[in-house]
Design a protein around this ligand. Structure first.
Ligand code: MG
Length: 242
């Protein structure tokens, strides 16, 4: 009798378990909850973004040797001043979502890599190319939207010279172990003017123009904008730490 009661009890538990697993509620997750972020209105940053440039000043930026950033600020944008060098953010970042708007000169000068060249470097090392590739041919792995010399953009989504363009970049930082060996690569997703051009591509190492990418251990680092001698402008730059 005692055994029968135990067996019935076990069967009841098994059956109720099976039935409860078939309930939609069994797979609902209620905790933790997603944090509330107020989305952007009229092209403004979302509520939890760190604003890196709002058109007014270069307070969030320095030169590469930590002196004053000397790019020109006017008309709600900043513009490369040839010879003043790259600029970098004062803050350092790991994994981020980055929004940045850029414009190559309306007056077209030069060709190939010499036409509206600049660049956005994640963690001071990994360049998403900025270039005027509107009817301007260059090597595919060096055009706008490329991870320079590493990944060709899926499509050419360039607007014309003098038009504002957007990059929305999702960046995952590489990981290194305590011996300085890379154990996980950086990854990049890039949306250019609303069009996907890099889909979670693996970054092979530092951006170099000559030779192979290197993988030297690093931690959080700045975002760099490149002075490639062309007066490229930037505006509305914000970042969300992930
Ligand atoms: Mg460049």
């Amino acid at each position: 009798m005692k055994k029968l009661v135990i067996l019935l009890g076990i069967n009841f538990l098994l059956l109720s378990n099976i039935f409860s697993q078939k309930e939609p509620k069994a797979t609902e997750v209620w905790s933790p909850e997603s944090r509330v972020v107020t989305p952007a209105k009229n092209n403004a940053p979302p509520s939890d973004a760190i604003v890196l440039f709002d058109g007014k000043n270069l307070g969030e930026w320095t030169s590469m040797n930590n002196a004053k950033a000397e790019w020109k600020v006017a008309d709600d944008c900043m513009t490369v001043v040839k010879g003043k060098g790259n600029i970098k953010t004062k803050k350092e970042f790991g994994d981020i979502q980055l929004h940045i708007e850029w414009r190559t000169p309306a007056v077209v000068e030069g060709k190939g890599q010499g036409r509206g060249n600049s660049g956005v470097f994640l963690q001071e090392r990994y360049e998403v190319q900025v270039l005027d590739n509107y009817k301007n041919k260059t090597y595919s792995n060096g055009q706008a939207g490329s991870v320079y010399k590493q990944h060709i953009p899926l499509v050419n989504a360039c607007k014309g010279p003098g038009e504002w363009q957007t990059y929305d970049i999702i960046y995952t930082a590489p990981k290194f172990n305590k011996d300085g060996i890379k154990v996980s690569s950086a990854f990049l997703t890039v949306i250019h003017n609303g069009v996907l051009v890099q889909n979670h591509v693996e970054v092979k190492g530092t951006t170099v123009n000559v030779g192979q990418p290197k993988n030297i251990a690093h931690g959080k680092a700045s975002i760099i904008l490149q002075d490639h001698s062309n007066p490229v402008s930037y505006r509305n730059i914000w970042v969300r730490e992930l």
